[in-house]
Design a protein around this ligand. Structure first.
Ligand SMILES: Nc1ncnc2c1ncn2[C@@H]1O[C@H](COP(=O)(O)OP(=O)(O)OP(=O)(O)O)[C@@H](O)[C@H]1O
Ligand SMILES: [Mg+2]
Length: 338
């Protein structure tokens, strides 16, 4: 097989053992007025100091309850929200300060699949136009649009004869496959999947996850897989990052997070996973509501809901502890204890 110069550049990057994506102390704050007549604005700290890195060919699952900032984090990485602070390096380039022209070129390598498969597809465009639009825009058509579209549909497990159909003629699962075809069309390095399977039936969810896994192998992709559902995430992620009120409170290998969770919040999320045919005895652990990101509690943000809160948690920021690549931010663990 002939290797073109772009593939060679990518292979060199992968060999470098440097993270594909490096996020440091990223903040995205929104300023909102309290009421129509109010002059005072309040800061919604949707993303409030997030740090993590993602390697080539790796999947990080990002989990947390509704409103904790997952989508805002994804949108900030895509340049759809302005960051309020911190840095993001993608393929070694500072994403937040790139020129408009350079950012446009980078966006080819950074794709997204959203939750609602229908609303993210233009109803007036047929599938061929949808999946080849980016190729046209980036001047990457090496053959007719028809040939490219048929290849992309085959890649996502759809019948190539469907290229002239319109989005409304497909089922939810098929539409999400079309979204995936569009996302891979530009040969990206990273796809951000924001609740990409959440609207689908469980059996269809599994099929789309299997598709994402096989495309990852074939195209050497990385995923940031965002979901509120820890059990779904555990089926696809190499590592899991747990987010609470704008911050990552724990990151580790999927097996460690599921079997040996350290943070009380992660334990709470795991306790909430329904187990078929079993009545959970620890269900009462899932208590309280997430506080507003406009007025996060002092000390550890999680302390008002934490069953293991100590007096120190109310006023002091929790320390960061690392052990064997497992990160946790909680007063129960000594900083850098391993
Ligand atoms: N454009 C905006 N202006 C003001 N506040 C916003 C904006 N976008 C998001 N927020 C707020 O930021 C916080 C995080 O929202 P975000 O959508 O990122 O959460 P999420 O974790 O994706 O939630 P979900 O699981 O429901 O999708 C929420 O309090 C939300 O109301
Ligand atoms: Mg969201």
């Amino acid at each position: 097989m002939k290797i073109n110069s772009k593939d060679r550049a990518k292979a060199q990057w992968d060999a470098a053992d440097v993270p594909l994506l490096e996020v440091s102390d990223l903040k995205t704050w929104f300023e909102v007025k309290r009421g129509i007549f109010s002059r005072k604005a309040e800061q919604i700290r949707a993303v409030d100091g997030v740090t993590f890195s993602l390697m080539a060919n790796e999947t990080i699952g990002l989990v947390g309850e509704s409103g904790c900032g997952k989508t805002t984090l994804g949108r900030t990485l895509l340049g759809l929200e302005a960051a309020s602070g911190g840095s993001v390096f993608f393929r070694g380039e500072p994403l937040l300060t790139l020129s408009h022209r350079r950012m446009k070129a980078m966006r080819r390598r950074l794709q997204v699949v959203f939750q609602d498969p229908l609303s993210s597809l233009n109803p007036r465009m047929n599938v061929m136009d949808i999946v080849t639009e980016g190729l046209l825009q980036f001047r990457m058509l090496t053959d007719s649009r028809e040939v490219h579209a048929k290849r992309l549909l085959r890649e996502v497990g759809l019948d190539e004869e469907m290229i002239y159909r319109f989005p409304h003629e497909f089922s939810g699962g098929q539409r999400q496959r079309i979204n995936v075809a569009r996302a891979i069309s530009l040969r990206p390095d990273l796809i951000i999947c924001d609740e990409a399977v959440s609207a689908l039936d469980v059996s269809i969810q599994a099929q789309v996850i299997n598709l994402l896994l096989s495309l990852q192998q074939r195209h050497h992709l990385s995923y940031l897989f965002i979901s509120h559902d820890l059990s779904v995430v555990s089926n696809i992620a190499d590592r899991i990052a747990v987010m609470y009120l704008g911050r990552i409170v724990e990151i580790g290998k999927t097996i460690d997070i599921i079997e040996k969770p350290l943070h009380p919040y992660t334990r709470m999320l795991i306790a909430a996973i329904p187990v078929a045919g079993q009545k959970r005895v620890d269900q009462e652990m899932v208590t309280g509501e997430t506080p507003s990101p406009a007025a996060p509690p002092n000390g550890c943000h999680f302390h008002p809901r934490c069953p293991e809160a100590m007096p120190v948690c109310r006023h002091a920021e929790p320390p960061e502890a690392w052990k064997n690549g497992h990160y946790v931010c909680c007063h129960m663990y000594r900083p850098n204890s391993g």
